[in-house]
Design a binder for this molecule. Sequence first.
Ligand code: LMR
Length: 327
Amino acid sequence: LSLALSTIALAFTANTALANCDAGERVVKFSHVTGGTTHPKVVATNELAKRVNTEMNGKLCVEVYPNSTLFGDSKELEALLLGDVQLLAPSLSKFGSYTEKFGVFDLPFIFKDMDHAIRFTNTAEGKDLLNAMKEDIGFVGLGYWMSGMKYFSAKKPLLVPSDASGMKFRVQTSDVAKQMIAAMDASPQAMAFSEVYGALQTGVVDGQENTWSNIYTKKFYEVQDSTTETSHQLLAYLFMTSSEFLDSLSDEDRAQFLAIADDVTQKANLNVKAAEANNRANILKAGGKINTLSPAQRQEWVDAMAPVWKQFERSIGKDLIKAAASS
Ligand code: LMR
């Protein structure tokens, strides 16, 4: 038992990038689920910690816990409400228990590319959504962090949606994602990110959908036949905190922290395209296979998923869907 415990302790230490906080500094924990060194979320969280720990030295000290080492998907939002963590950046697809509005980000093919999504987040409607959960729940959105477009990987090549018929796909906890998989005549299985590699390896699920950065840094390509360049959905994060944490800061500290948070967000979003291209190339270099689609094949995916929009028109709101689609 003691050997097992020390192995766990060692793994925990190796996976965290803990700052050396000084006595008197307020420790601010940032928990997230992604890993590696080239992932946009890893780069952004480390940059935020570096900036706060230098510019607010003596006041705040950010400790980053990547790879679900502090809290995984199922616990992190609760932990924020309990005050056990102060900063998070969960995927926008993981807020179903708190708001239905975020479903707009999950609608298949609503964003042509990441630039389109960024344009929407800069509209009044997009900015309002940052605080959709502020009053009722106490979640405060500090900014949107883009991660990339998503692609399907599976145990066999997927060129048209009917290739996925009867297969089981891991999805995030998003009702839109579940209906989207059902529209492919396949079955969705919601699962925490930390469990995906094992589930693909053991055949609990046949495929998954994610960005190049997640497929590379979590090595999903090792346990999948190939990934298909569908770009069917966006993956982006809500960089967030709680009202409780913000209210506990002095006016001056809050203003300084918010200014750093905003600056890190702007800069992080400028680097995402390059990170994604780099991790796509890394997958190929590591022996992973990528299927590209002809325009006609791509259109088949668009057509198969089109009915999903109607299913969520009421819960998301027609105007919000229109605002996002036309940004
Ligand atoms: C996933 O669960 O697939 C992603 O949301 C993980 C992440 O945070 O990029």
